[in-house]
Design a protein around this ligand. Structure first.
Ligand code: 1GP
Length: 226
């Protein structure tokens, strides 16, 4: 339906946060390749549905990044399923996903569903604590990327610094390891300069918080990725 292989930029909207109609319009018409809806806390079916209907007034592709099974609804173009590679609890790598397939496996459209191997690098982030992660060294992070590519053959490896700007040299090292698996970078991108640096190495960059904190700058991160 869409050419995911050519995507460079995604805006991530949190269904638990307020955002104006005007800003939604600007985000959707910004030239970004897709809007991803996802968050950690207070992600409800109501929030996920409301954002979907507001984004759907535009033609931009829309992805639901699944946070919990209660908030999954039909109508999105794609569903991205996080597998947290550096979680210390198998629950976040395997069990919550397994339970979802037990319940809904008969009706899932697998063509719309993609796994993301997450490696969460910011100890201070909510998602790091929520998923009971262990901070990997750089070599360990690279090893997760190699596993995503060669063992699990995942479509995406997501280097997640949520809330803080990461280390470009690690993003570069990881990008050199990946061939078929696409590298998504997310975390702390607030300016077009920061976007340009990460976009040089990552296949796709994700901009989230800046949309709420400094929307004018956030909107400028699209152009530098093209
Ligand atoms: C969060 O990777 C995204 O899941 C984006 O991070 O909110 O820090 O931009 P920020």
């Amino acid at each position: 339906m869409y050419n995911i292989d050519e995507w460079k930029h995604i805006f991530k909207l949190d269904p638990a946060k307020e955002i104006s109609e005007e800003m939604i319009d600007k985000i959707c018409e910004s030239g970004t390749d897709a809007i991803m809806v996802g968050g950690t806390d207070d992600v409800t079916l109501d929030g996920v549905l409301q954002l979907l209907s507001r984004i759907r007034r535009h033609t931009v592709p829309v992805i639901l990044e699944i946070s919990n099974i209660e908030s999954v609804t039909p109508g999105y173009d794609y569903y991205y399923v996080p597998l947290v590679l550096n979680s210390q609890d198998k629950k976040w790598m395997m069990d919550v996903q397994h339970q979802a397939v037990v319940e809904y496996g008969d009706i899932i459209n697998w063509d719309e569903m993609f796994a993301e191997g997450y490696c969460i690098m910011n100890e201070e982030s909510k998602v790091f604590q929520h998923a009971d992660c262990k901070l990997p060294t750089q070599d360990e992070a690279i090893a997760y990327a190699r596993m995503a590519e060669h063992l699990f053959r995942l479509p995406f490896f997501y280097l997640e610094y949520s809330g803080t700007y990461g280390d470009p040299s690690l993003v570069r090292s990881i990008s050199q390891e990946l061939g078929h698996t696409k590298l998504i970078y997310g975390g702390g991108i607030e300016t077009k300069e920061q976007a340009a640096v990460m976009s040089e190495y990552a296949d796709i960059i994700v901009v989230g918080n800046a949309l709420y904190d400094n929307p004018k700058e956030a909107l400028k991160t699209v152009k530098v990725t093209k």
